[in-house]
Write a protein that binds this ligand. Structure first.
Ligand code: PSU
Ligand code: MN
Length: 326
């Protein structure tokens, strides 16, 4: 018992403070990823909760593989982050993706869960917060995903605020996404990010902060980045503010109409979730699944298109950043 406890504590401490992760057996970083980030070549980190909890099999697996392929086609190295039997993997393209994509036991792993999952030798998909931690340790400056977490509706009472937001306040990495889904409270999410000192930017020529499936949420973000060459992302990182940089990419025009229909379905799913008493970390997976059912897969298609686009933009940013560093 004592040994187990001390092993647990040691791992908690290592997970939260080791500066020598590359030598740390808790982190398995693929040699190609290590080499590329050491040489300041472009690397793009990818999360895995989207695989374990965000999409049904086999769409989750194919989307993950497509995204990795897009990153490679843009000239960057893809680094998919996941937890396998208690080790944090930063992998080129993982054979274990097949396992994770079908697993019924894989956990949803945010910052809080890391010590537990690691000490118990469990497996899981990393959320945006979990992925940011691992990507930053591996020296990767850009991370691409679909959507980030936020302040949940009624979050002002339930205090259900995604750990993604506090992570953005403390871990310096650019997070490319389509913003926050309308199942969350977007206004309060932006307020909370402001409190955390996080500079939220939109990519392109619009200031509109998107709501994932729709190109506007009714809110604006401070700066807009005109191109992947814009120095703004690197300036936030080089100011050493130690905060993350969420970059919102609008859903491509041709999918925006379907996106609007999906947004309406999300409202239905939100009502269902609250009448069924779904709370906390189960809310997002519940709603994503219901919306997939209610839209007969249309939401999946739009989701996929938008993630592809995020991957393209994120890879270009990674390439631009790497030129800047060289
Ligand atoms: N938003 C989506 N799809 C997702 C998620 C968010 O549209 O799959 C996942 C991400 O991994 C994100 C996590 O980090 O949900 C946030 O969960 P929570 O609200 O429990 O912090
Ligand atoms: Mn939560």
């Amino acid at each position: 018992k004592m040994w187990r406890l001390s092993a647990f504590l040691r791992r908690c401490i290592t997970t939260s403070s080791s500066k020598h992760c590359k030598k740390d057996s808790l982190f398995i970083i693929h040699p190609d990823v290590k080499e590329a980030s050491a040489d300041h070549r472009p690397v793009v980190a990818l999360e895995s909760t989207i695989i374990t909890h965000g999409m049904p099999y086999p769409h989750n697996l194919s989307t993950a593989k497509e995204v990795e392929a897009i990153v490679r086609a843009e000239g960057a190295v893809s680094a998919t982050i996941e937890i396998l039997e208690g080790r944090i993997h930063v992998d080129l393209s993982s054979d274990e993706l097949d396992f994770l994509a079908q697993s019924k036991t894989a956990l949803k792993v945010s910052r809080r869960d890391l010590p537990y999952v690691i000490s118990k030798g469990l497996s899981g998909g990393t959320t945006v917060s979990g992925t940011m931690i691992a990507a930053h340790r591996a020296g990767i400056p850009v991370f691409v995903t679909g959507g980030i977490g936020g302040v949940h509706r009624d979050g002002e009472n339930a205090l259900d605020v995604s750990a993604d937001l506090t992570e953005l306040g403390r871990t310096p990495i650019a997070v490319v996404s389509a913003g926050v889904k309308s199942m969350l409270d977007i206004g309060r999410t932006l307020e909370f990010l402001e409190t955390q000192g996080v500079c939220v930017a939109t990519y392109g020529d619009s200031k509109s902060f998107p709501a994932f499936f729709s190109r506007q949420s009714g809110f604006i973000s401070l700066p807009c980045l005109q191109s992947s060459r814009s120095s703004r992302s690197s300036s936030t990182l080089s100011l050493r503010l130690q905060s993350g940089l969420p970059l919102a990419v609008l859903i491509p025009e041709e999918h925006a109409a379907t996106g609007q229909q999906i947004e309406d379905t999300i409202q239905t799913a939100v009502t269902e979730a609250s009448s069924k008493g779904v709370t906390g970390r189960d809310v997002i997976p519940f709603i994503l699944q219901r919306v997939t059912e209610l839209t007969e897969g249309k939401s999946l298609q739009a989701n996929r298109a938008l993630i592809h686009n995020n991957a393209k933009v994120g890879s270009r940013i990674a390439c631009a950043l790497s030129k800047h560093k060289k």
